[in-house]
Design a protein. Structure first.
Length: 177
């Protein structure tokens, strides 16, 4: 198929794609970015599109899969996409000083627990909590993806175990201090 054919079918469906992207993202800028990325992917893979198929369905599938991929990536990296205006006031009527101190102490304890891990578990775990995918960690460390998953799972289990032992003996706050 030619560039002209792609341009023609894409222009006929751009408004529907934008509308669908807006429903998914609930943000005009993100929707525009998603439609643009979908257009690029659709153009690159247009040779796999069969002329008898429905372009709208095909491009919607690309858009949906792209959205899901971005959503999973944001979730893994703990990116909050809620506007700041919606967050203001959410923490009112809560004792912030005490909970902040306890949270900071728990975080410090978890950081110390991570330091107790062996190097071969610690490095993949730290990369994972920094937002890297299993594949990226695997490529960087030059080890199989299954090994990366195993080491991250082992690290999680050990950290939970360290934390549970400390919680059971009420040492979480005193060990950190």
């Amino acid at each position: 198929m030619s560039v002209y054919q792609f341009e023609k079918v894409y222009k006929n469906n751009i408004e529907a794609l934008r509308s669908f992207a807006l429903k998914l993202t609930r943000n005009e800028m993100d929707a525009d970015d998603l439609v643009q990325e979908t257009a690029i992917k659709a153009f690159r893979n247009f040779d796999s599109f069969k002329s008898g198929e429905n372009f709208k369905n095909w491009s919607f599938t690309i858009l949906k899969n792209t959205f899901i991929t971005h959503y999973k990536r944001r979730k893994r990296r703990n990116v909050i996409s809620t506007p700041i205006e919606n967050l203001i006031g959410m923490s009112h009527n809560k004792p912030q000083v005490q909970s902040k101190t306890i949270s900071e102490n728990k975080l410090k304890y978890v950081e110390k627990a991570i330091e107790k891990l062996s190097v071969k578990s610690q490095e993949p775990f730290q990369m994972y909590i920094s937002g890297y995918s299993y594949k990226e960690i695997s490529d960087y460390l030059e080890i199989p993806t299954g090994t990366v998953k195993s080491r991250i799972n082992f690290a999680r289990t050990k950290i939970k175990q360290f934390y549970q032992e400390a919680s059971d003996s009420n040492l979480v706050l005193s060990r950190v201090a």
